[in-house]
Design a binder for this molecule. Sequence first.
Ligand code: AHM
Ligand code: MG
Length: 343
Amino acid sequence: MGTHAIITLEQFIIEKEKNNPQATGSLSQIIRDLVLATRIINREVNKAGLVDIIGAIGGTNIQGEEVQKLDVYAERQIIDALKRGGETFAVGSEESDDMLILNPEGKYVVMIDPLDGSSNIDVNVSIGTIFSVYHRKSEDGAELHESDYLQKGREQVAAGYFLYGTSTMLVYTTGHGVNGFTLDPSIGEFLLSHRDITYPAKCNIYSINEGNYRKLFEGVKQYLRFIKTSNEVKKPYTLRYVGSLVADFHRNLLKGGIYLYPGTTDKPQGKLRLMYEGNPMAMLAEQAGGMATNGYTDVLDTDPVELHQRTPLFLGSKDEVTMIQEFIKVYDQISNLVLNGRK
Ligand code: AHM
Ligand code: MG
């Protein structure tokens, strides 16, 4: 038996509040709301493989009731929990076109990707829920204004994810480091399992859908060629790609790695969404001593112009992210020189 004291998420939240005299408890309430919702989502995710027996998702179940698609179900659970909690003014979701007002007096705006890695649901591979929290900018009781939800990632007051993996985990930050909690199913509590997570000094893993290789821009291609073929790289990198951002990010955070979803020639802004995926993961990366870039600037400094906008994303260990940024810069310069030479 280990001798470490067990700390529940609830105890951890109370302890943090005690250390911060300005805390009103309203941000903690949002974390509690999300935990409540995701415990329900977790239960359904665990049953996803049983759909053939108890009814197909998106169809009707054995009792003749409509069975919602899991991502829609997850979104509903989170929105309901945030509404009941009362602290959230408005919520934006990857699954919904527009912002939804929950409580006109609420102080916070919450962004969610209710179930990320949706292509992995049917094949029993890890998926996740991503969230981020901002202060509202408008006065209490005022109407929703663009400045409430089109905020830079830098303005986030909290961000995190739930990972539905071999264990269910919550990893989050409120701007004072990153902590990880693992759900103990036997008591139904999240227990502090990873205190003050930081990236290991060494980065040895890269995660990218390399099948897109021919559609990548030159800087990223050259980076990939470098890490795979250069003699300067003493120990070969390991390629790991699950196709769920949460799972790929989580592994790289604990083991030291970089996650790449670059722009491609047909989709220059890539696939991932700035508000629901890029910003929260960027805040976590930075809080863990890592970094996130779109190839040119820090993801957290991007001025959003649209709720659902996409961003190229390179995120993980700081030195590695800096290196890829250098590759992109150099090969942009070379192609500009070539273009100018042709003029
Ligand atoms: P989703 O929001 O539809 O689930 O898509 C996001 C997911 C990420 O979790 C993952 O990293 C990426 O898409 C994988 O994309 P691809 O299949 O193009 O490699
Ligand atoms: Mg997603």
